[in-house]
Design a protein around this ligand. Structure first.
Ligand code: NAD
Ligand code: AHE
Ligand code: ZN
Length: 370
């Protein structure tokens, strides 16, 4: 079939909207009509050329929601008409990672996924002249239709709105999951969140659910303050307003250091500040942000010797087929909020504007509806 997609032809250039070829689902695969997709900072990271796994031409997008149109041979858990959220972290329920409750990092298709290929080593997308187009994070939701492995699709209830629950495909689950699954924040904790964007706001929402007493938000962009307060931030710090050492300032503000800190910026200097602002003896710092190729983190080992813990999280530690339908229920039951964070709704032709809004710091989440 043919479908319409935003194709990233090369790094650093706007995507081009075009018709592409899409082959049908092979064994174990599913054809999806994407109804809506969020634009995450990681899409921008890869489009910019900073991603060591970036490979072009590609169809980006990994925060979608849609409907099953057709299933390939051997698919048993899905049928046409089912509503699904694509998972860039699949859940095969068979590999040693899936069988270990300590991780969500299913590895069953990770190596082909990282090369922009389907599990059989080929692509389903191609240009009209036959040139293959690579998949992205196993999802490619910036296309109106996509093909994905069955194990990378979470089946969700049919009454949930696509233009909101697409955000559960990355940002919502990553932020809330970092608090609940990765840090396992206790009631009464003092916490600091660096970066008040689409991920950081969901960390804040998760911290409020977990019963944190203090939620300090740090962001260079003061325009993010109001929304962060709405979601539960108790104190705002703009690094540009801090005279002197940022770590000392945060340690004082949190009464000796934070129980938990979270980086949602992707900046390695911020990651160091986050680690060092964690409380001596027990503070934990969780890295969520994705740093550019070649970037490295550093701190004095003494920071760890004296009891601080450095951790990381991908997709909020969520096992997607199991956890994502529950998060959709939380949204539908009013336990979590999504709508205020979706600040812009665009059509596919306007998708590059979504990236401009992100660069300008004007959006939290821009969502493309098909
Ligand atoms: P975003 O652009 O919406 O938000 C980033 C925020 O960080 C912005 O508000 C920006 O002003 C702020 N910021 C940037 N540099 C800063 C600095 N030096 N100090 C303080 N604030 C700073 O991006 P997002 O969609 O929220 O994504 C945030 C990060 O999380 C990105 O690196 C993204 O790639 C990553 N991410 C990781 C996962 C994961 O599974 N680990 C999932 C999704 C996104
Ligand atoms: N390809 C990059 C790393 C990108 C990355 O860290 N991706 C996160 C999800 S970000 C979603 O917005 C992730 O899930 N990582 C785990 C994995 O297996 O990819 C690089 O540096 O090579
Ligand atoms: Zn993302």
């Amino acid at each position: 079939m043919r479908t319409k997609a935003a194709v990233a032809l090369e790094a650093g250039k706007p995507m081009e909207i075009m018709e592409v070829n899409l082959d049908g689902p092979k064994a174990g695969e599913v054809l999806i009509e994407i109804k809506a997709t969020g634009i995450c900072h990681t899409d921008e990271f890869t489009l910019s050329g900073a991603d060591p796994e970036g490979i072009f031409p590609t169809i980006l997008g990994h925060e979608g929601a849609g409907v099953v149109l057709e299933v390939g041979e051997g698919v048993t858990s899905l049928q046409p008409g089912d509503h699904v959220i694509p998972l860039y972290t699949p859940e095969c329920r068979e590999c040693e990672y899936c069988l270990n409750p300590k991780t969500n990092l299913c590895q069953s298709i990770r190596s082909t996924q990282g090369q922009g290929l389907m599990p059989d080593g080929t692509t389903r997308f191609s240009m009209l002249d036959g040139t293959p187009i690579y998949h992205y994070m196993g999802c490619s939701t910036f296309a109106n239709h996509t093909v994905m492995p069955e194990i990378a699709l979470a089946k969700v209830r049919k009454d949930a709105p696509f233009d909101k629950i697409c955000y559960i495909g990355c940002g919502v689950t990553t932020g809330i999951g970092a608090v609940i699954n990765t840090a396992k924040v206790e009631i009464g904790s003092r916490c600091v969140v660096f970066g008040l964007g689409g991920i950081g706001l969901n960390v804040i929402q998760g911290l409020r659910m977990a019963g944190a007493d203090q939620i300090v938000g740090v962001d260079l962009n003061p325009a993010k303050e109001d929304m962060a307060r709405y979601f539960g931030m108790t104190d705002y710090v703009n690094p540009e307003d801090v005279k002197g050492d940022m770590v000392a300032h945060l340690v004082e503000l949190t009464g000796g250091g934070a129980d938990y800190t979270f980086d949602a910026t992707g900046n390695v200097d911020v990651m160091r500040t986050a680690l060092e602002a964690a409380h001596k003896g027990w503070g934990e710092s969780v890295i969520i942000g994705v740093a550019p190729a070649g970037a490295e983190i550093s701190t004095r080992p003494f920071q760890l010797v004296t009891g601080r813990v450095w951790r990381g999280t991908a997709f909020g530690g969520a096992k997607g087929r199991t956890d994502v339908p529950k998060i959709v229920d939380w949204y539908m039951d009013g336990k979590i909020e999504i709508d205020p964070m979706i600040t812009h709704v665009l059509n596919l032709e306007e998708i590059n504007k979504g990236f401009d809004l992100m660069h300008a710091g004007e959006s939290i989440r821009a969502v493309v509806v098909y």
